[in-house]
Ligand binder design. Structure first.
Ligand code: AMP
Length: 286
């Protein structure tokens, strides 16, 4: 039962609960979240449940991965609702440590994945991926799950985490879950709540343009032409474009000319809200 009052708050209690499961011969999956639970998070819980006997969902709004002018303080927090949603979604345990448990006084270690983080979201959000790598390394060491599940919504993050686990020999399997979308194509995100009704109407144009790029690539357009055209269309629709990029799906290396196997990634601003999304090429390769 994952009610807010049943959440474990300390590494010690988390390890005791996981140890009891292991003693009973059960496998364990971890689904890290920052709360504001939506159907995208719950799809990861379902994926975790399908692959392990027990699912731990963690809830921690990680200050380290927010920039000084970003929305750490405004980030939506509602632990009771999140706990109820995670329970209904099949989670066995909520791990919701306080900031002081995660980052005690004197905390001074940083995990940094150099490759993969220099551009795309790393360019616009300096230190973001260090914050992500540090918290994920900590969560994996604290919980020691057999498998940890992350969303393809944060595609660059997923690759960074896979690299982190490989480089540090952390004994866990990293699984990626497909992006869950609204009916109109907008990827579910906690930050969609920031959109005004007017902006919400425009937001699905992001996904439409990413599909457009994928379609153009499949028809033989060059990566440059397809992404430049998408950028112009997004700007004409009212987005401020951070990037639209066609990349190698495993290494995020820049792809030019005609491409057959790629990931199209974008980050845009709509008013005060930053939105990210991505699609595979070919589109049906999900
Ligand atoms: P967050 O709470 O935003 O840090 O996200 C926690 C996990 O949920 C991350 O692994 C995200 O990639 C994943 N996630 C967020 N939105 C979606 C979505 N729309 N579909 C699938 N996974 C998602």
């Amino acid at each position: 039962m994952t009610r807010a009052e049943d959440a474990v708050r300390t590494v010690r209690d988390l390890r005791a609960r996981v140890a009891a499961w292991r003693d009973a011969g059960e496998t364990v999956a971890l689904v890290p979240t920052m709360g504001a639970i939506h159907a995208g998070h719950l799809s990861l819980v379902a994926l975790a449940k399908a692959q392990a006997d027990r699912v731990v969902a963690s809830l921690f709004v990680n200050s380290l991965q927010f920039g000084p002018r970003e929305d750490f303080h405004a980030y939506p927090r509602d632990e009771a609702n999140d706990a109820a949603a995670l329970t209904a979604g099949g989670s066995d345990l909520l791990y919701a440590p306080d900031a002081s448990e995660m980052y005690p006084p004197g905390f001074s270690t940083k995990v940094s994945v150099n490759d993969l983080t220099e551009d795309l979201c790393g360019a616009a959000r300096p230190n973001h991926f260090d914050g992500v790598a540090t918290i994920v390394a900590k969560l994996l060491l604290q919980c020691a799950p057999d498998i940890a599940v992350f969303g393809e919504k944060d595609y660059q993050q997923l690759l960074v985490i896979k690299r982190l686990v490989r480089d540090l020999n952390i004994p866990v399997e990293i699984a990626g879950g497909a992006i869950v979308r609204e009916d109109d194509g907008l990827a579910l995100s906690s930050r969609n709540a920031y959109l005004s009704p007017e902006e919400r109407k425009i937001a699905p144009v992001l996904y439409q343009n990413l599909c457009g790029v994928a379609g153009e690539l499949e028809k033989g357009s060059s990566a440059d032409d397809a992404s430049t055209a998408a950028r112009a269309k997004l700007e004409a629709s009212g987005f401020r474009v951070d990037y639209v990029a066609v990349r190698n799906p495993d290494t995020l290396e820049v792809l030019q000319g005609q491409v057959k196997d790629a990931r199209v990634l974008a980050a845009v601003h709509l008013g005060k809200t930053r939105l990210i999304d991505n699609v595979p090429v070919p589109l049906q390769a999900r």
